[in-house]
Design a protein around this ligand. Structure first.
Ligand code: MN
Length: 446
C-alpha cells in the first residue's frame, strides 16, 4: 500500500469546495447570522425555530392530539415546552416503536440573569443586580455594550416580551470596571477574582427626578420610565425573567469573511444546523427528531432541560396516536433503538494558548465538524463514550456524503473537558455520539 493510503490527514473544508459551493456556504451563513440576531435567549430561539418550522409546513402537536389531523407518515410536527425548548418530528414510514433518528442541541447560553429584586441606587447611579447563568469569564462582561431581553408579567398576569439594546435607536447598558489608574490591587488578583460576581451590576441610569434632595431620585426615574414604556412596577421584577446579553448583531470576521463573530454560537451553531437539516428532509424511512433544549449550561436539569421527561412524554403521545394504544414497551424500544447525533460547540486549537491542548487530537479551525468520541474530564469522568460500532457507522456515512469531519478532544487530558446533553439519551440506552462545531470563543466556522 502507498504511504498516502496508510496515513490519514483531515481535510480543510474550504479546500473541498468549488466556487459555487462556497457561495452556497456563505448564503447559508447569512441565514445563520439572522438566527443569531433573533435568538439570543432560549425563548427567542424557540420562537424563531417555530417560525421557521411553520414556514416549512410543520404543525403543532395539539392539532394531532385534538384529532383535527391524523398522524400519518410524512406528518411534520412541533412541540413546545414552556416556551423554552422545542421538539421537531418528521414521521417516518416505519412505526416510531422501531426507533428514531435524533439530532439534539441546546438553545440556552451563558448570560447574566437579573436577580428577583434587582434595582437599586448608589452614588446617584441606578443599577440592576445580576446572578450569572452558566460558566462565564466574568471580566469579559465589563465595559462592553449590553442588552436586556426577557419576559415580564403585569399585575393582571399579562405577559410582555421585552428587548432593549438591540436596535440602533435603543440605549445600551454596561457593567463598570475600575479604571487602570486605580487598579493596582485588582491587577494583582487572579483573573477569576479580579471581577467578583456581586460586582456584575448593570448601570442603567444617572438622571434623577423630583425634589433635588429627595432620596433615590435616579431609581425613581428608572421606575417611572419602566412604567411609562412597559407598564411594569418594581414588584413585577420578582416574577420576570430578564437576561443580560451582549448587545449587537452577528458580524463577519476576517478580511476573507471566513468566520462569524457573535454572542451564543454555543449552541446556536448546532441548533441552527439541526433545524435547517430537519426542515430540508423529505420523506424519511425512520422518524426524524430535532431536540432543541434549555438548561444545558447549568446541567440540563429542570422541566425544560434534557433531563426532563418531556421528550419521553411527547414520544409516548406520538406512539399512542400512531398505534391507537399505549404500551410502555413501545416507548422503551423507540428510545433503545434511537440513533443520536448530539451537537455542541467544541474547542479549536488556539496557537496563542497551545499549552492547553494536545495538538494531534485537537480540532483545527476550518476542518469541519468534530467527532467527539467522549466528553467528560480528567479520566473521562461523567462522559458519554460513544461505541466504536456507532462511530464507524457515522463516520462512514459522513465519508459517503462528503461531510468534512475531524476528531476533537477538548483540551489536554488533565486540563479540561466538559459535558453536554449526549449522556442523557445514552443513559436511556440510545446510541449517541457527540459532534462538535469548531470554534474559538468568538468565532465559529460554519
Ligand atoms: Mn454548549
Amino acid at each position: 500500500m502507498e504511504q498516502d493510503q496508510l496515513k490519514h490527514t483531515f481535510k480543510n473544508a474550504w479546500d473541498t469546495m468549488d466556487d459555487a459551493e462556497i457561495e452556497k456556504c456563505l448564503a447559508f451563513s447569512e441565514g445563520y447570522k439572522q438566527f443569531l440576531d433573533f435568538s439570543k435567549t432560549e425563548r427567542e430561539s424557540v420562537r424563531e425555530i417555530v417560525r421557521l418550522a411553520e414556514a416549512a409546513g410543520y404543525e403543532p402537536l395539539s392539532t394531532f392530539i385534538d384529532g383535527k389531523k391524523k398522524l400519518t407518515k410524512g406528518a411534520k410536527i412541533y412541540a413546545v415546552n414552556r416556551d423554552k425548548a422545542v421538539l421537531l418530528f418528521n414521521i417516518g414510514k416505519q412505526p416510531i416503536k422501531t426507533g428514531v433518528h435524533i439530532v439534539g442541541a441546546h438553545i440556552d447560553a451563558p448570560r447574566l440573569d437579573l436577580k428577583p429584586f434587582p434595582l437599586y441606587e448608589e452614588a446617584e447611579m441606578a443599577f440592576l443586580k445580576t446572578h450569572y447563568y452558566g460558566g462565564i469569564k466574568k471580566y469579559q462582561w465589563t465595559t462592553t455594550p449590553l442588552a436586556i431581553h426577557g419576559v415580564v408579567f403585569t399585575k393582571d398576569g399579562e405577559k410582555r416580551d421585552i428587548v432593549i439594546g438591540e436596535s440602533d435607536e435603543d440605549p445600551i447598558f454596561a457593567i463598570t470596571d475600575l479604571l487602570v489608574h486605580l487598579a493596582k490591587d485588582q491587577q494583582t488578583k487572579s483573573l477569576a477574582e479580579g471581577v467578583e460576581g456581586e460586582k456584575l451590576n448593570v448601570l442603567i441610569g444617572n438622571r434623577g427626578i423630583g425634589e433635588k434632595d429627595a432620596k433615590d431620585r435616579v431609581k425613581a426615574n428608572m421606575l417611572e420610565l419602566l412604567n411609562e414604556k412597559y407598564g411594569i412596577t418594581e414588584k413585577d421584577f420578582i416574577t420576570a425573567e430578564f437576561e443580560i446579553v451582549p448587545a449587537g448583531k452577528a458580524r463577519d470576521m476576517g478580511f476573507d469573511r471566513s468566520m462569524i463573530s457573535a454572542y451564543a454560537h454555543d449552541d446556536r451553531v448546532c441548533s441552527y444546523a439541526g433545524v435547517t437539516a430537519m426542515l430540508a428532509l423529505g420523506e424519511v424511512e425512520t422518524t426524524a427528531v430535532g431536540m432543541f433544549m434549555d438548561k444545558e449550561e447549568v446541567g440540563s436539569q429542570g422541566n425544560t432541560g434534557s433531563e426532563s421527561r418531556y421528550f419521553e412524554n411527547i414520544l409516548a403521545e406520538l406512539i399512542f396516536l400512531q398505534e391507537g394504544q399505549y404500551n410502555d414497551l413501545y416507548l422503551r424500544r423507540a428510545i433503545s433503538n434511537a440513533k443520536v447525533l448530539s451537537g455542541d460547540v467544541g474547542a479549536a486549537f488556539d496557537p496563542n494558548y497551545a499549552s492547553a491542548y494536545e495538538k494531534s487530537n485537537s480540532a483545527i479551525m476550518g476542518r469541519g465538524v468534530q467527532i467527539a468520541k467522549y466528553t467528560g474530564a480528567r479520566g473521562k469522568y461523567s462522559c458519554n463514550d460513544a461505541n466504536a460500532e456507532f462511530i464507524s457507522e457515522v463516520t462512514r456515512l459522513f465519508d459517503s456524503s462528503n461531510v468534512v469531519w475531524q476528531v476533537g478532544e477538548l483540551g489536554k487530558v488533565d486540563q479540561g473537558g466538559g459535558g453536554t446533553i449526549a449522556y442523557i439519551l445514552a443513559n436511556a440506552n440510545a446510541e449517541v455520539i457527540d459532534w462538535r462545531r469548531t470554534g474559538h470563543q468568538h468565532a465559529c466556522t460554519v
